[in-house]
Design a binder for this molecule. Structure first.
Ligand code: UD1
Length: 418
């Protein structure tokens, strides 16, 4: 696996177009299973997770062609309702396939999903939702077997607003006669984007982004083209990087309202942020101030996918802070590595207590999961001397050539093959 070699201390300047959102693209790719006609998805992001999802679609029988940054999916040839464990273990989002496979074939055999090492990540909420719609679900030898021959529209109340469960159930219900309601759904912008995509193909879905999603069954979906939203987590990562390094950077493509929880916290404490239309300008000079108590939560709260990067920022901010991780139970694996670089952080259960230090120092550190590895890269950008960060395969899951994007802004970072 490659490593990143970073020489810290450079400020960041310039403009950057943000790539399409991994978490919007993955369910949209899964939703292609529901369709028989050609679909063209614009601005395809070359993340390893989206590549894995394309591989799963191909294994189900779809034909996929990449034409520049357009992804052309022909799902008419899909004939399989089976996802083997080798594929499912590569990407947790394979579980998103369950809903659309049930919608299309009324049966499925899907291996348990893989994904980031950030906690147990059960799928009980997904399965409880399917059962509520009349699906017979059994679990044997690492596989989930579903018989949806009796599946019918109904009302589902989610115990927790799980992003994946909301998306799976939306997709599974598209062809059910009558009205399906999902109460207490996740409200993330990527859910709204999935709704918009499904509507573009002819589905009748409303309410995404609110406390009730309503799906009225249609007979079939037609093909079409779609441009998924840009990645608020990638943008957030680079906004935090600018706040840490200092400089003046404009990020293009992401709606500031999708990052309101981050911008509200950082603006005037860590940097100045000006947002207009789909542009976010960040100006940073001098030492950031501590953000005090920070808690991750479901949207519109502070995303758990930005926790590790915010924690890296706190390690060099003036004062003390508390970072509470409320969404996943095991998301502080980057902390011992930050400590190797001179950070002062103590973990108790789901809370990290951080005392800002004057400086971080270059070290050889290991990333263990996607966002944690990104946070170590940010730490390397401000550390004195050289830092090497291993774990490129994790960061490639959700950033397209992170070293190139940061280099464009003036960072001294390169990918070194082992
Ligand atoms: C999605 C995002 C991920 C993000 C997360 C939370 C994608 C591809 N991934 O993941 O980047 O970090 O939302 O914003 O969109 N849970 C259960 N049972 C379930 C489902 C979830 O207990 O059946 C728990 C999880 O263990 C976790 C919490 O609910 O503690 C949130 O999970 P969920 O919202 O489902 O996240 P994902 O869809 O996996």
């Amino acid at each position: 696996m490659a490593r990143f070699l970073i020489h810290g201390g450079r400020k960041l300047f310039g403009e950057l177009n943000i790539t399409a959102a991994k978490n919007a693209y993955l369910p949209i790719l899964a939703a292609c299973v529901l369709c028989d006609d050609k679909i063209v998805l614009h601005n395809y992001p070359y993340y390893s997770d989206t590549e894995s999802m394309c591989k799963i679609l191909e294994c189900l029988g779809a034909n996929i062609n990449k034409e520049g940054f357009d992804l052309v999916v022909d799902p008419s040839t899909i004939s399989s309702w089976n996802i083997e464990s080798e594929l499912a273990s590569q990407v947790r989002s394979s579980i998103f396939m369950l809903g659309p496979i049930l919608g299309r074939f009324k049966k499925a055999r899907v291996a348990y999903p893989g994904g980031c090492e950030i906690g147990a990540r059960p799928i009980d909420i997904h399965l409880a939702g399917f059962r509520k719609l009349g699906v017979k679900v059994s679990e044997r030898h690492g596989y989930i077997y579903c018989d949806a021959s009796q599946m019918s529209a109904g009302q589902i109340v989610l115990d927790f607003p799980s992003v994946g469960a909301t998306e799976s159930l939306m997709m599974a219900s598209v062809f059910l006669k009558g009205e399906t309601q999902i109460l207490n759904p996740a409200r993330e912008p990527e859910i709204v984007d999935l709704q918009n995509f499904l509507i573009k193909l002819g589905a009748k879905v409303s309410g995404a982004g609110t406390g009730k999603i309503i799906i009225r069954g249609v007979e079939r979906l037609t093909g079409g083209d779609y441009d998924p939203i840009k990645d608020r987590i990638v943008a957030g990562t680079y906004i935090i990087a600018t706040a840490m390094c200092g400089g003046d950077v404009t990020f293009k493509g992401v709606k500031a309202e999708h990052l309101a929880s981050l911008i509200d916290k950082l603006d005037k404490t860590a940097c100045k942020i000006y947002a207009k239309g789909d542009k976010i300008r960040v100006q940073a000079d001098g030492k950031p101030l501590s953000l005090g108590k920070i808690e991750t939560s479901v949207y519109p709260g502070l995303p758990t996918d930005l926790q590790a990067q915010i924690l890296a920022l706190q390690t060099i901010s003036k004062g003390s802070s508390m970072v509470c991780e409320n969404v996943f139970e095991s998301r502080f694996k980057h902390v011992p590595e930050l400590v190797k670089m001179g950070a002062d952080v103590h973990i108790k259960d789901r809370v990290a207590f951080v005392r800002g230090v004057d400086k971080l120092y270059g070290a050889s550190v290991s990333g263990m999961e996607l966002r944690g590895t990104a946070s170590l890269i940010l730490a390397g950008l401000v550390a004195e001397g050289y830092t090497t960060v291993s774990g490129s395969k994790h960061v490639d899951r959700g950033y397209h050539q992170i070293e190139k994007e940061l280099s464009v802004l003036g960072a001294d970072i390169e990918r070194v093959e082992d």
